[in-house]
Design a binder for this molecule. Structure first.
Ligand code: ZN
Length: 109
């Protein structure tokens, strides 16, 4: 038996009954990116419209990292029976530093 949901392919950790996240339809609606009202919507599985917008933008922003460089992207998110929502998506590159003990060759004076 697989621990992955056969529908949404999410890894299932708990014994609680699994419910798949809903599918949202997302498309770019941003004049800066030559979007067209006839552009197709991309289905995105996510717990909320807002997170669907972020998942879509993350998948879109893989070549020039436009959003991570400070730009923003307008996207439309919809689902049957719910009003269409528009989100402005931003990104941010996070710097992270860490240290680990290293061997020293002498003692400090
Ligand atoms: Zn599922």
């Amino acid at each position: 038996m697989s621990n992955y949901c056969p529908i949404c392919e999410e890894l299932i950790f708990s014994w609680e009954p699994h419910v798949c996240d809903p599918v949202w339809n997302v498309r770019i609606d941003d004049k800066d990116y030559n979007s067209d009202p006839d552009d197709e919507f991309t289905p995105v599985r996510a717990p909320s419209a807002e997170s669907a917008a972020c998942i879509f933008a993350e998948n879109w922003d893989t070549e020039d990292y436009t959003l991570l460089s400070g730009d923003e992207l307008l996207v439309l998110v919809s689902r049957p029976g719910e009003p269409e929502q528009m989100f402005k998506v931003y990104g941010q590159m996070v710097s992270e530093y860490w240290a680990e003990a290293a061997c020293t060759t002498g003692t400090s004076a």
